[in-house]
Design a binder for this molecule. Structure first.
Ligand code: TYD
Ligand code: MG
Length: 457
């Protein structure tokens, strides 16, 4: 091969920015230490474009005819279908991201099993056919399936096989193990990931077969992750959860065919993932009624209201430096809330250990749970349990004021559905609230100290 045709370049693993020399700081996305060295072969044609092969012409927008029969494949898994925006769109390319071991392969195999009428090609570059068969037996199956397992990592060979098998859906596990012979870099490098994705995309668009790409990300996302693919694919979903807890959340990050704020909740069990259609009822423990430090918050995950349980433990610090530990909640936000309690409400928490836990191992970044967090801390501090038929929604500002939250009607109706009698919410703008015919009692509070007086007298 002519020496001049091989070129070394440096690519940012976060955003795909290319540079001729190594850089510590990416000028495009601002990340540090993300550049990796790649060898690219400039002699081959590059930059395959899906669009160019279609020879498209511009059309006036009013003349575009909508295809009513946009084919959506329903999997029968209500959570999965909802995250997909109402089913899998034919010819779409979907990236399923998540940390290793979270359950991506299980999820996709279960989806394949549910689609018993279709021919599915499951390409695995990670596990042997026997391993997949063991998982298949474990998740309980019906023998009506048409699932073909292919152990292959060469995309050109995979393309040959798709011609032969003519599948209705393709699952690629995982995109990091795939490689394409026209590039010199090794599997998992950024240029390989990009090129293989482009090939699969070309296949999906030309054959109208949906393709699912499984992609690993690490905790800090530093390794050649699927992040750079987010703008190439049609749909990006993330499968997340705490490995030590059973709950898994399938979250749409980007969806060209539906809302990107949908999410599905699953429980990982002995025999695979089960759908959780009533998360609020599952996430609340029923036997904490007389315990202090437990508080229920009406939060919103995507567009879905969920009641979650927050537990706080406040105790005198035994060793000099007080500890603050959180699970599922932002540590810095907890420090902010503690500072507000200290400064605005005169609670002496500086010498206390504070532990905060959101049950079920789910992570919440909805500021509306601030009020519940503060009430759980206060309840633990004074050691008085909160009423178990009361729930909370309010954001807390730096001066201790309780601010209104979004979609309060949804939160109220979810709380009512679960059987709560009262809800503490911000008093601001409460008169504009559309009550419909809900009967849950609304307790407006404007400041943290006011909430404290209301709850503990
Ligand atoms: P897997 O789908 O292999 O994860 P990924 O493809 O994201 O790496 O699932 C990994 C974990 O799921 C593994 O630790 C075992 C657990 N698991 C169950 O608990 N029950 C099951 O039925 C299956 C199939 C897996
Ligand atoms: Mg896997």
């Amino acid at each position: 091969m002519a020496a001049g045709k091989l070129k070394t370049t440096y690519i940012c693993s976060e955003c795909g920015y290319e540079s001729l020399k190594w850089l510590g700081h990416c000028p495009s996305c601002g990340e540090w230490n993300t550049f990796v060295e790649e060898v690219v072969n400039t002699s081959k044609e590059k930059g395959r474009s899906v669009v160019s092969s279609l020879r498209s012409k511009p059309v006036l927008i009013k003349d575009i005819v909508l295809n009513d029969k946009e084919i959506r494949i329903k999997t029968g898994d209500a959570e999965f279908d909802r995250v997909m925006g109402g089913g899998i769109v034919s010819g779409s390319i979907v990236l399923v991201g998540g940390e290793p071991g979270i359950g991506k392969s299980t999820l996709m195999l279960q989806v394949a099993v549910k689609l018993s009428g279709l021919k599915i090609l499951y390409v695995s570059g990670e596990e042997s056919q026997q391993q997949i068969k063991m998982r298949y037996d474990r998740i309980g199956n019906n023998d009506m399936n048409n699932i073909y397992i292919l152990n292959e990592t060469d995309v050109d060979v995979i393309m040959e096989q798709t011609k032969e098998i003519q599948p209705d859906m393709v699952i690629v596990d995982s995109i990091q193990t795939m490689f394409c012979g026209s590039l010199d870099s090794s599997a998992g490098s950024i240029s390989q990931i990009k090129e293989c994705t482009a090939l699969f995309q070309q296949y999906a668009k030309s054959s109208h077969v949906p393709v699912f790409l499984i992609g690993h990300i690490t905790k800090d996302g530093a390794i050649a992750g699927p992040k750079i693919l987010e703008h190439i694919v049609d749909v990006v979903v993330m499968f997340e959860g705490e490995r030590n807890y059973g709950y898994r959340i399938l979250r749409a990050i980007k969806n060209r065919f539906g809302s990107s704020s949908e999410l599905g909740i699953y429980l990982m069990q002995q025999n695979g993932l089960t759908e959780v259609s009533n998360p609020s009822e599952v996430l609340i423990s029923k036997n904490t009624e007389n315990l202090s430090g437990v508080c229920l918050a009406a939060t919103l995950e995507g567009l879905r209201p969920i009641i979650i349980e927050i537990q706080a433990l406040v105790s005198t610090a035994a060793y000099g430096m007080p500890q603050r530990t959180t699970t599922g909640f932002d540590y810095r936000r907890l420090n902010m809330l503690l500072a507000v309690l200290e400064k605005r409400c005169n609670f002496k928490l500086a010498s206390k250990d504070v532990f905060l836990n959101i049950t079920g191992g789910i992570k919440v970044d909805d500021p509306a749970i601030d009020l519940a967090v503060v009430c759980a801390i206060l309840s633990s501090t004074v050691d008085i349990p909160l009423d178990h038929d009361c729930c909370f929604a309010g954001e807390i500002g730096l001066s201790g004021e309780i601010r209104p939250v979004t979609h309060i009607e949804k939160r109220l109706s979810e709380a009512e559905k679960i059987g709560f009698k009262r809800m503490l919410v911000s008093g601001y703008g409460i008169e504009k609230l559309n009550r419909h015919n809900s009967s849950i009692e609304i307790v407006p509070v404007n400041r943290v100290d006011e909430a404290f007086r209301h709850l503990f007298g």
